[in-house]
Write a protein that binds this ligand. Sequence first.
Ligand code: SF4
Length: 358
Amino acid sequence: MLHEKTIDHLLTIHEIYHEPNVREYARGHEILERYQDAKLIEVVSHNQIPELFGFEGSVEDWLWNKKNVLILGTKKALSARPNTRSSHWVAPSQSNGCTMSCSYCYVPRRKGYANPITTFVNIEQIMGYLSRHAGRQGKKLLPDAIDPEYWVYEIGENGDCSADAAICNNVKDLIGLFRDLPNAKLTFATKFVNRDMLSYEPQRKTRIRFSLMPHAMSKLVDVRTTPISDRIAVINEFYEAGYEVNVSFAPVIYYEGWLDDWRKLFSEMNEVLNDEVKQQLATEIIFLTHNEPLHNVNMLWHPKAEEVLWRPDIQQVKYSQTGQRNVRYKNNLKRELVDELINLCTQMIPHCQIRYAF
Ligand code: SF4
């Protein structure tokens, strides 16, 4: 069973940091039963574990931590944040952190790189909040670029839901909830193929977005993720299993010969995806942004990737909404690159709607 091996390769939980009351929740109890051999370490709060978070001092350990450590806690503040472009709302997270280690990942910008998965065990409260929130929105009356019919909730902003689904049923339960909500749909982007999710019966009320980029680049920067060809190969099956399946071209990284590699990727998509899938396909195009502290720490463990990610000669500073000093491609260059990739999409994958590109 290939997928079992893949999940085992990704996660072998040996240590669980947990808030004192997680056993009081059915999900917490279930997870602790599942990983009975793991060493338990009680902590006051899931986000106060200095030996696990941050950039300092963990560089040799963080891949080990991401594979072997799980954190259990409860999500305290439940709120849905208004969003634009790929969803109307960002749902309160059912987890944060990730077992994979993409060099450009923005999750460590807040939490530091050694950020193993934190699973929130109060999933019933999270789902109750979401039901009430969706209920208050009423029927969505006008189609828009996000969705023709439903309010869309993003659930994967702080991690990768397909990897989370290898730990417990939080994602399965959310997919079940949205299947039954009359006016709402959920969405998340992923870089991991978890075939167990083919049995979740989303009935087109979950939009999964497989992140794609040229193979060679993905091999360099998407550390511990599912290979690109395997992500493309499973798209038809996810559609048949009831998902709306989109793709996400993110992050787009510029290098000598980049467009030729995108051409090959689009050819592969055209060969593999069936007509029904192509007719419902949409994408977002998001060019790379990077971050100085992340660059500095990446130099300590994966400097090769930084040769393509950190390019001061063609990048400029951009302050984020939270005041972080990030970099992105210089305006003039970026405009050209965005146009070139959009043109290539229009030529080679004209059936694929582009939701937005920047
Ligand atoms: S899969 Fe997503 S969340 Fe995980 S490391 Fe990669 S970019 Fe970050």
